[in-house]
Design a protein around this ligand. Structure first.
Ligand SMILES: [Zn+2]
Ligand SMILES: [Zn+2]
Length: 518
């Protein structure tokens, strides 16, 4: 058994207090004796972000390229004890045995260096996982997709293609990453003051492009943001970023230079509250301030769900006098994912028997299958996968098996699992607040008193008085010996309070009942 990638996704807006969403590993844990390793396609968080959670449960070798290892190492070190970690550095073209199978890394272009398709050689043929990809014929690092190897695998028999489908709704062939260089040239020419560029802290190629255009236009480049500084340093050491001579400076040096000689690369393109750009927009970043004359370039796509935070940041930056650019022509951001014709090209090169689009929402998977049908592929050989569901392929058939395990786990900032029940409670708390009742009971006299207090509850004092009276009336009407059971009393009081507050104030706060027996 092999695990390909181990990523995180982000919570929906209504998942209060959930920091990240990770896969439910129970199936893999049950079969961990068979697991030969985790194979990483590339270093994006949606492919590697859950590794620390997984490796703390199951310690297996991590197979990845040199670049991917370099990117994940510092993050793993922050989150876990890495002394017993088993890492294997793979080069493109290596064929690695894993039990009855073998697997290989095939070079492909994407928005991060050393992205790889994974070809898993099984007794029924090759299962090919495209990873995130695009066909970029002029990649920034000059490392081209290994079209020859993809074609060879197509000739030898790909039993199933698991393909990126993120950009299935974009017709045609996507532009090369090089286009962003053109976008930067135009944006730099139009800016008279400092230029701030925000992007993902893993976007090595984009950083290189920004540094190149800065050198062309007589500007120097500083970095603001801890993770991004770390990435630039590691990548410069390893040669993945080659800053033109004298271009890279420290942030404090940038503050000394004339404004038209400065470029600052910064984090915060998704509106992350703790990021440098968001802190600057709140005037809370101690190392520099945004001011009149600054131009801020958003060189990233908003991840769905982050739009509100991004626009709030943008508006705050405008208030500080900066000009914020999201869209430009030529573009200052180019997608790293294949458009429709590139996705077709992948199918045509690899000639798969079964098709299973991945890396997309259900609407993308549907559109992918519609497109493949129009290309002449049989519908019964396509599978729309879902988290937690198994696609089983045997000698003669393939089918989807219903999910038996949960698909995902919600993790909070402290690293704990948050249950859906907890999140439901938080929604009630945040919408309506909390009312607490302390019920004093005597074993001989029955009810002594009920006292209510509230937190975050917006109804009137009178509504709380009515709720107290209602619970007193309810308990007063019950014979003393029936009040000996806590659960019964709690239920009666909670009902009386809930019904009264709903009637009096049209509010449904969480009600917590404590019983004190004297
Ligand atoms: Zn991805
Ligand atoms: Zn990616």
């Amino acid at each position: 058994m092999l695990m390909v990638d181990c990523g995180i996704s982000f919570p929906d807006e209504d998942m209060h207090g959930v920091d990240v969403v990770i896969p439910d590993f129970s199936f893999v844990e049950e079969h961990k004796d068979k697991l030969r390793g985790v194979v990483l396609t590339h270093a994006h968080e949606d492919h590697v972000g859950a590794l620390s959670h997984f490796l703390q449960r199951v310690n297996v070798p991590i197979y990845a390229t040199q670049f991917t290892h370099a990117m994940i190492r510092p993050k793993l070190e922050e989150r876990m004890d890495t002394r017993n970690l088993k890492t294997v550095t793979v080069r493109h073209g290596d064929l690695i045995p894993a039990g009855d199978m073998k697997f290989e890394f095939i070079r492909i272009t994407h928005s991060i260096p050393e992205t790889s398709c994974i070809g898993i050689h099984t007794e029924h043929g090759v299962v090919l996982f495209t990873a995130d990809f695009k066909f970029d014929f002029t990649p920034v690092d000059g490392q081209l997709t290994d079209l020859k190897r993809l074609t060879e695998l197509g000739e030898s028999g790909v039993v199933c293609l698991l393909s990126d489908s993120t950009n299935i709704d974009r017709p045609g062939f996507g532009p090369s990453e090089q286009l962003a260089t053109e976008g930067f040239r135009k944006a730099f020419a139009e800016a008279s003051g400092r230029i701030l560029i925000t992007m993902f802290s893993s976007n090595i190629h984009r950083m290189q492009q920004a540094m190149d255009v800065a050198a062309e236009t007589g500007r120097k480049v500083a970095v603001a943001g801890r993770r991004m500084e770390q990435t630039v340093d590691i990548c410069t050491q390893l040669g993945y970023i080659k800053p033109p001579k004298g271009v890279r400076i420290r942030l404090d040096q940038a503050n000394e230079l004339p404004e038209d000689q400065v470029v600052i690369l910064t984090t915060g393109s998704q509106g992350e509250p703790m990021s440098a750009l968001v802190q600057m927009s709140r005037e809370e970043y101690s190392r520099m301030r945004v001011r009149e004359g600054d131009t801020i370039l958003y060189s990233a796509r908003p991840i769905p769900g982050n739009e509100a935070a991004i626009w709030q940041t943008t508006n705050r930056l405008f208030k500080l006098g900066a000009v914020v650019v999201h869209d430009a022509n030529p573009p200052i951001h180019v997608s790293g994912h294949a458009y429709q014709d590139e996705i077709k090209m992948m199918i045509n090169l690899t000639k798969p028997f079964y098709l299973a689009p991945v890396h997309g929402e259900p609407r993308h998977l549907h559109a992918y299958c519609e497109m493949a049908k129009a290309m002449g592929h049989a519908e019964h050989r396509m599978f729309k996968l879902q988290d937690g569901k198994k696609l089983i392929i045997d000698e003669t058939h393939a089918w989807l098996e219903d999910a038996t395990d949960g698909a995902e786990l919600w993790i909070d900032k402290g690293g704990h699992i948050v249950s859906p029940q907890t999140v439901r409670e938080r929604v009630v708390l945040s919408d309506f607040g909390l009312v607490t009742a302390v019920v004093k009971l005597s074993s001989t006299k029955g009810l002594l008193s009920v006292s209510l207090s509230s937190r975050g509850y917006s109804g009137s004092e009178v509504s709380l008085v009515r709720a107290r009276e209602a619970s007193e009336d309810t308990l007063g009407a019950i014979p003393v010996k029936q009040l000996s059971e806590d659960g019964f009393v709690v239920g009666k009081v909670a009902d009386a309070i809930g019904v009264t507050l709903q009637r009096q104030a049209s509010l449904r706060p969480m009600v917590v009942v404590d019983i004190v027996r004297v």
